[in-house]
Write a protein that binds this ligand. Structure first.
Ligand SMILES: Nc1nc2c(ncn2[C@@H]2O[C@H](COP(=O)(O)OP(=O)(O)OP(=O)(O)O)[C@@H](O)[C@H]2O)c(=O)[nH]1
Ligand SMILES: [Mg+2]
Length: 389
């Protein structure tokens, strides 16, 4: 299938083509990273301490994509930085920044959305506020995600992990067009897991905890990908209360008992509805700040069968890989991975189907065997600033 040239895929302003670049750290690394983990970045940007592997070993290799999502300020970027630091001298990996509005990133990124989309220009050009600007920037970037996949495909044999940091605005991934496009394209190409970072400090109120769970539930069911909840900031408070609430319905009801208002009644009903969801997720406590991590708990339903034991962030990444394998073997979603398809931009139009001026990326999806599965379009209207799929 032909893919549009990069030049044509560009939007008039605010975007440039996707480039591979080992971006130097904007922020100096903190104590723990530098001292214990000297950088071994290779020329092409992959961080690896492992020696050259045999060609047979190389053939089998498929990097695991880890998409890090979570509420604003939950610690996604710090978590990515921590994972990057642990893997630096151990496993070859790339980090990709998908947050267009971040000022500085504390890790070395292989691809950075900020090199492709100018978030401030997008705001100006489409008359958007900060949140609309982030959503639209991500949507624009997603129309070029094919180029990202092409860049990654050149390096995939040398990589163990590809880690994605995402914007604070979780709705960018959850409700806009770009999330499904990016996650779908990745999952169709590589084993992919979602790590949902939950701030344990901010979730001690049962109702806030429930809001967080509703978000994570909608992400799990939307993407149907292996899912881990990383209960972050356990250096400040233990995540035991959250794990108890997750796995023991009565504990959560007791915590709610103190309050009787409309919101707590609603939360009580929701917790009943979410029991099924809870049985499908794995969770562990982490501190992106100190590197502390607890055991990655298997879901209650399969507690006897699998055990993901986590000692450090490297093991976390390995556990994530185990979980990915296991997920597709167990779940009725086994076909999901095969039917998900990488998309490519088939055509760029300047008008929508009714002749309105817009930027319209016509996408085509292919199965892994090259079988045509379908298509769709991503449309950006200049005048309305609306963006749909
Ligand atoms: N104590 C403690 N603080 C943390 C931890 N992880 C992150 N933080 C702090 O939480 C704040 C937010 O962290 P970020 O990593 O920027 O969070 P984020 O989710 O990437 O934020 P956005 O991208 O803006 O949504 C920072 O001040 C971090 O230092 C942790 O494990 N423990
Ligand atoms: Mg961040």
């Amino acid at each position: 299938m032909e893919v549009e040239s990069t030049e044509e895929s560009r939007v008039d302003s605010g975007t440039a083509s996707v480039t591979e670049e080992k971006k130097s750290t904007d922020k100096p690394d903190t104590q723990e990273n530098n001292s214990e983990l000297p950088s071994t970045s290779s020329e092409d940007g992959a961080c690896s301490a492992s020696g050259p592997s045999s060609s047979a070993e190389k053939k089998k290799k498929e990097p695991l994509c880890i998409i890090v999502l979570g509420m604003a300020g939950s610690g996604k970027t710090t978590f990515v930085k921590r994972l990057d630091s642990y893997l630096n001298v151990r496993k070859p990996h790339y980090v990709i920044n998908l947050d267009p509005a971040v000022d500085k990133v504390p890790y070395m990124s292989y691809i950075d959305i900020r090199d492709t989309v100018n978030y401030k220009e997008v705001m100006k050009q489409y008359g958007l506020g900060p949140n609309g600007g982030i959503v639209t920037s991500l949507n624009l970037f997603s129309t070029m995600f094919d180029d990202v996949l092409k860049l990654l495909s050149k390096k995939e044999q040398d990589l163990d992990y590809i880690i994605f940091d995402t914007p604070g605005q979780i709705e960018v991934f959850n409700w806009s067009a770009s999330g499904p496009i990016i996650a779908g394209a990745l999952a169709a190409t590589y084993p992919t897991v979602i790590v949902y970072v939950l701030d344990v400090v901010r979730s001690t109120n049962p109702q806030t905890f429930m809001s967080n769970m509703l978000y994570s539930c909608s992400i799990l069911y939307k993407y149907k990908l292996p899912f881990i909840i990383a209960m972050n900031k356990i250096d400040i408070i233990s995540c035991k209360y959250a794990l108890d609430w997750l796995h023991d319905f009565d504990e959560f009801q007791d915590a709610l008992a103190a309050e009787s208002n409309y919101a707590s009644n609603l939360t009580r009903s929701l917790s009943l509805a979410l029991e099924e969801f809870y049985s499908n997720i794995k969770a562990c406590g982490v501190s992106a700040f100190t590197g502390e991590i607890t055991r990655l708990l298997p879901a209650m339903s399969d507690a006897e069968d699998i055990d993901y034991f986590v000692l450090g962030f490297e093991d976390f990444a390995e556990s994530a890989r185990l979980l990915e394998d296991d997920f597709f073997q167990r779940e009725p979603l086994v076909e999901h991975r095969e039917t998900l398809s990488p998309f490519s931009i088939h055509r760029i139009d300047r008008k929508d189907t009714e002749g309105m001026p817009c930027l319209r990326g016509v996408l085509r999806c292919q199965g892994r065997q090259g079988k045509k599965l379908g298509g769709g379009s991503v449309v950006l209207y200049n005048d309305k600033g609306a963006f749909g799929c």
